[in-house]
Write a protein that binds this ligand. Structure first.
Ligand code: SF4
Length: 84
């Protein structure tokens, strides 16, 4: 299972709260907007990532599950039968 953090750049207002709560994965640029260092959230940081998402005042930070096809060991998309 892999989850990743995403920031909506339209709704983010550069409060910086997310970087305070999760400095292991989020740092701020010169204007206070978050930069996510890792695409995938390690399992040991998942709970903190959820807290950062819940604390975002503009709901700009989200935790998303990677699509099944991108998860390691996941089966690929269904194959369609070939038409002769
Ligand atoms: S807490 Fe939300 S609004 Fe503030 S910098 Fe992080 S993503 Fe943007």
């Amino acid at each position: 299972m892999s989850d990743r953090l995403r920031v909506n750049p339209i709704t983010c207002e550069a409060h910086g709260l997310c970087a305070e709560l999760l400095p292991e994965l989020i740092r701020l640029d010169d204007w206070g907007y978050p930069i996510i260092d890792q695409a995938e959230v390690p399992p040991e940081l998942l709970e903190l990532a959820r807290k950062a998402v819940d604390a975002c005042p503009t709901l700009a930070l989200a935790l998303e599950r990677a699509p099944a096809a991108e998860r390691p060991g996941a089966p690929g998309p269904p194959r369609l039968p070939r038409i002769p």
